[in-house]
Design a protein around this ligand. Structure first.
Ligand code: COA
Length: 374
């Protein structure tokens, strides 16, 4: 048995960002266009008029202040309202591979390692750009990694489930190291014309390098323990899939072909699930709340994170104990907790213990207990 450790992490951040003010201006312009186009049906009571969004609501309900995106222009065009992403040829790197590559190189650099030191690539994300060949295998080829690669999807929990898969393989000795990458193009599964959720998501890619602790060339986070759980729920759902074209009733614009959620129910049902999951995981490992130096939580909603932080620690977290990045990045699905980890872990001291936790559609929840060395 070997000890797995996170030896490097990296974040790819798109160059374009959308503030809430810009987002709401575009959304409200779209509402005006929609209501004018449907004026007769609205007047007849056949179609409800669409309502304006507001910056105040978005900040109060979610804590999000802006989001990074791959294509700002299409999203903010009230006649388009989605990213416009050029179809790449089969000979070009796919967009997800390109984003993941950037994050992966940063993780390797931080660990002081090269692709020659990597045995496997896991691409764990909420949406995959194509059915096959696996995006992970493309990343493997672009990096010149030997060994093997595969894709996996557990929605917002993909990163922690990917870390568990990699850590278990390293622990058992079947591989020495793995890159777990999370390229999330959430802007392409979001319905930007839906007032209830148009502000939720952003784009990003994250990566962690996991190695045997004995191979670490610098400071590292020992993966002490991982725990994953799932429970089926329809409250976060996207019906888009490869059977779509074989169903004559499915029109391209059908609402359920994008991200759908019952946000209030998610709130109510996921919070106890996550709090209990973390408490049980810590108890099983003999870890007390007072032993935890940091919580790197999934980044969907500020109130949700405040609640979980308080429940886990038994008190309001001190500033910095439970860092949020969602004000800048919004919800980036599986990447959120890893952005927080990557940006807020350098000051953690030798021997300190922290917990990474992601949760979301499925429902799914994954937690990783780490301890700093070096
Ligand atoms: N601007 C202004 N008002 C808005 C609005 C907008 N963009 N969107 C909704 N509202 C209104 C609603 O119409 C509703 O009005 P009503 O009370 O008069 O009916 C009110 O604000 C409350 O709406 P609601 O959807 O209940 O808001 P909320 O406080 O639950 O916040 C979420 C919405 C999505 C931010 C929140 O539910 C959430 O984050 N849930 C968990 C999400 C999650 O973790 N999902 C996982 C995704 S991977």
């Amino acid at each position: 048995m070997y000890t797995p450790a996170i030896t490097g992490s990296g974040v790819f951040t798109p160059s374009e960002a959308i503030t809430n003010a810009e987002l709401v201006e575009a959304f409200n312009a779209y509402v005006d266009i929609y209501n004018a186009e449907h004026a007769a049906e609205i007047a007849a009571g056949d179609v409800p008029a669409k309502e304006y969004s507001s910056v105040e609501f978005i900040e109060k309900a979610s804590g999000i202040e802006q989001r990074y995106v791959i294509d700002k222009k299409g999203i903010l065009d009230p006649h388009v309202m989605h990213p416009l992403l050029r179809q790449r040829s089969d000979d070009e790197p796919s967009l997800m591979a390109e984003m993941a590559l950037d994050a992966a190189k940063k993780a390797l650099e931080q660990a002081g390692k090269t692709a020659a030191d990597v045995d496997a690539v896991i691409c764990a994300a909420s949406n995959l750009e194509r059915a096959y060949p696996a995006v992970a295998i493309e990343i493997q080829q672009l990096l010149h990694v030997n060994g093997f690669a595969f894709d996996m999807n557990v929605a917002c929990s993909s990163a922690t489930f990917g870390i568990q898969a990699a850590a278990d393989m390293i622990r058992s000795g079947s591989i020495r190291s793995a890159l777990v990458v999370n390229p999330e193009i959430c802007s392409a599964h979001l319905e930007w014309r839906d007032r209830d959720c148009h502000f939720i998501f952003g784009d990003v890619a994250t990566a962690v390098l996991i190695e045997r602790a004995e191979d670490a060339d610098g400071p590292y986070f020992e993966i002490k323990s991982t725990r994953c759980a799932t429970e089926f729920s329809n409250n976060i759902r996207n019906n888009n899939g490869f059977l779509r074209r074989s169903r004559p009733d499915v029109v391209a614009d059908r609402r359920d072909m994008q991200f759908m959620q019952n946000g209030r129910k998610v709130f109510k049902e996921v919070l106890p699930m996550v709090s209990d999951h973390i408490a049980n995981h810590m108890a099983a490992e003999g870890i007390e709340a007072s032993d935890l130096k940091r919580l790197w939580l999934h980044q969907a909603n500020k109130s949700m994170n405040d609640f979980i932080g308080k429940k886990v620690l038994g008190r309001t977290p001190e500033p910095g104990e439970q860092p949020n990045i969602l004000q800048d990045y919004a919800n980036t699905s599986s990447a959120g907790s890893i952005i927080a980890f990557s940006k807020y872990s350098k000051d953690i001291k030798e021997g300190d213990i922290g917990l990474i936790c992601s949760f979301g559609a499925g429902y799914s929840v994954g937690s990783v207990i780490v301890q700093k060395h070096g």
